[in-house]
Design a protein around this ligand. Sequence first.
Ligand code: NIG
Ligand code: FE
Length: 408
Amino acid sequence: MKLFGPFRQVVTLANLPLRGKLSDAQLEIIVDGGILIQNGKILQTGNFETLKTENQNIEIENIEGDQIVLPAFVDSHTHICFGGNRANDFAMRNAGKTYLEIAESGGGIWSSVQHTRKASEDELLKTLLERIDFLISLGITTIEVKSGYGLDVENELKMLRIIKKAQEHTKATLVPTCLSAHLKPRDFEGTNEEYLNYILTEILPKVKEENLAKRVDIFIEKSAFQPVESKEFLLKTKDLGFEITVHADQFTPGSSRIAVEVGAKSADHLEATIDEDIEFLANSNTVATALPGASLGLGEKFTPARKLLDAGAIVAIASDWNPGSAPMGNLITQASILATFEKLTTAEVLSGMTFRSAFALGLEDRGILKEGLKADFVTFKTDNFQNVLYSQGSLKAENVFIDGEKIQ
Ligand code: NIG
Ligand code: FE
């Protein structure tokens, strides 16, 4: 048994509902608190001195200076396994070029596919681990990682095997997702429907056989896959035993409805979601995931997180870190900015990056500092937890703990 503390504030996020709006008055904040850990799990939170006197034979890890502690963050949507870089897309976009012009001059998702296919496995593993380390440095200890820059059997499996390999090198939890349905690759001879069928018959059985991912994602959008073919595809992936998540309503509305209809764990993006579909999402268990990094990268509007929360949806916030639309990767900065524009409370933002995003990944064992849950937590050198979002990411995480073990 180990006791961590004393912390100026322990923000447990305990006793908060999974869905809907939250006020900061609902936050449980333990002043001069401690966290008692056993076998990588939280045993108890409470006043540090009380925990110390009530428990004999405990090891104490003294926390120096003024620090606050939060549950570690969960980034439930990333594309951080990729080769190359799309700085030129960014510059062209800002110079007024359209999506089509950028794609025609060699940019867009297809350019990342070519770079990722060309990259060696060592190179991809190395850069993936560097990005994971960056996320850990922010206090993120659970990270979803998508394929989707391979787009054929060989290269999708290469990506997923690298993500699996990366798990051997990091204590963070990686959650792999198969996004072979990101785009029909230019070198595939056939229709969208034929490509989706190729994923179902050639890629997913192998993903299953090698246990490379339990989740499938699709990009439903005018420029990618269409609603009817996507829905059919998703129902078939479900029959194969996969969980579903969807890139939905990024530029045009309609696909979040499909995500709900097929029982997806989450519908992500939602920048273009219409009011009627906000209601639909709010009445479902499909998590509505805001990706402010993509709004910032593309100069598009933000996901209507305020409306979604007010309607009672389960709202998560994730980074979408990818070389095209969301190159920043700093979830804390992005979530702080989303809070400013969407008028989100601190409780809503912190919940969106912890137990609500964990729920989107089917991980209900983390994201709250309470008995029995995974002892992943992050400390900041400050006397007030509000400074974490207020500083918009410039207040760096001090220490990061995974299973009660200090890794930073
Ligand atoms: O989530 N929208 C589709 N996929 C990514 C972008 C991927 C890319 O541009 O490389 C996204 O924004
Ligand atoms: Fe994405």
